[in-house]
Design a protein around this ligand. Structure first.
Ligand code: KIV
Length: 263
């Protein structure tokens, strides 16, 4: 086994995740929503697979994540957990499981962990979520935080907008760190602000549309691999054009069938 293989062998745990920041190693995260997407992410040695409520957008074809239900998150997370051997599996707490209150959040988080056997949950919000994060962590469930742009607040925010309020972001991240979050996603934050926050907090920061100075990066599976006929969001580097490959293959197949070229 070479150095790279031995480093990627074994289950990603909260302590290994946090150790990566301390030793200056970047953390890779990608979303996945079913068995095949999770299998390929895990086989690539990705550190964390996030069952994001972005499944509302990229799997269900909705405009927002707001309609995704707890049952749907569990359904998708079960498929993901079945496929993953080494990555940590984190499951989004969907709207409004954390907006209602502490007890409801504990019940929802516990249901996710009990029915999926995932490793952790992700909760959107900062200072306004510290009681909830504290309660879920106290119940023994690791929490990944999510600050900056919050997709579950899209109605209030009025669209996908860069979050530039420095004091708010610093206070939010430090608050959720104190509440026990083991890491934090920073979404749509100016790169210099994300860099500053990454220096300030002891927990790993995971950027999406937040520049290259975070402790890691998360991308949506379908954006990264080009699953859509439309271009990906500006912040998402596209590593493949699967839509075009699939389209050509299916046209080829249709042509074969129409010409009787099938076994
Ligand atoms: O739901 C999701 O995919 C997310 C990422 C964008 C971080 O929350």
């Amino acid at each position: 086994m070479n150095e790279k293989q031995s480093e990627s062998a074994g289950k990603m745990t909260v302590s290994r995740f946090q150790a990566k920041k301390r030793s200056g190693k970047k953390i890779s995260i990608v979303t996945a929503y079913d068995y095949p997407s999770a299998k390929v992410a895990d086989s690539a040695g990705i550190d964390v697979v996030l069952v994001g409520d972005s499944l509302g957008n990229v799997v269900q074809g909705r405009q927002t994540t707001l309609t995704v239900t707890l049952e749907q998150m569990i359904y998708h997370a079960q498929m993901v957990v079945r496929a993953v051997k080494n990555a940590m599996v984190v499951v989004d707490m969907p709207f409004p499981t954390c907006q209602i209150g502490g007890i409801q959040a504990i019940e929802a988080a516990a249901k996710i962990i009990k029915e999926t056997e995932a490793d952790a949950v992700k909760i959107e919000g900062g200072q306004n979520r510290i009681e909830t994060i504290r309660a879920v962590v106290k119940a023994g469930i690791p929490v990944l935080g999510h600050c900056g742009f919050l997709p579950q607040n899209i109605r209030k925010l009025g669209g996908y907008k860069i979050q530039r309020d420095r004091q708010q972001l610093v206070d939010d991240v430090l608050a959720i760190e104190t509440a026990g979050a083991f890491g934090v996603v920073l979404e749509l934050v100016p790169p210099e602000l994300a860099a500053e926050v990454s220096q300030t907090t002891a927990i790993p920061t995971i950027g999406i549309g937040a520049g290259g100075e975070c402790d890691g990066q998360v991308l949506v599976f379908h954006d990264l691999l080009g699953f859509s006929e439309n271009p990906p969001p500006k912040h998402a580097k596209q590593y493949a054009k699967i839509y075009e490959i699939a389209l050509a293959a299916l046209e080829n197949y249709k042509n074969d069938v129409e010409n009787g070229r099938f076994a």
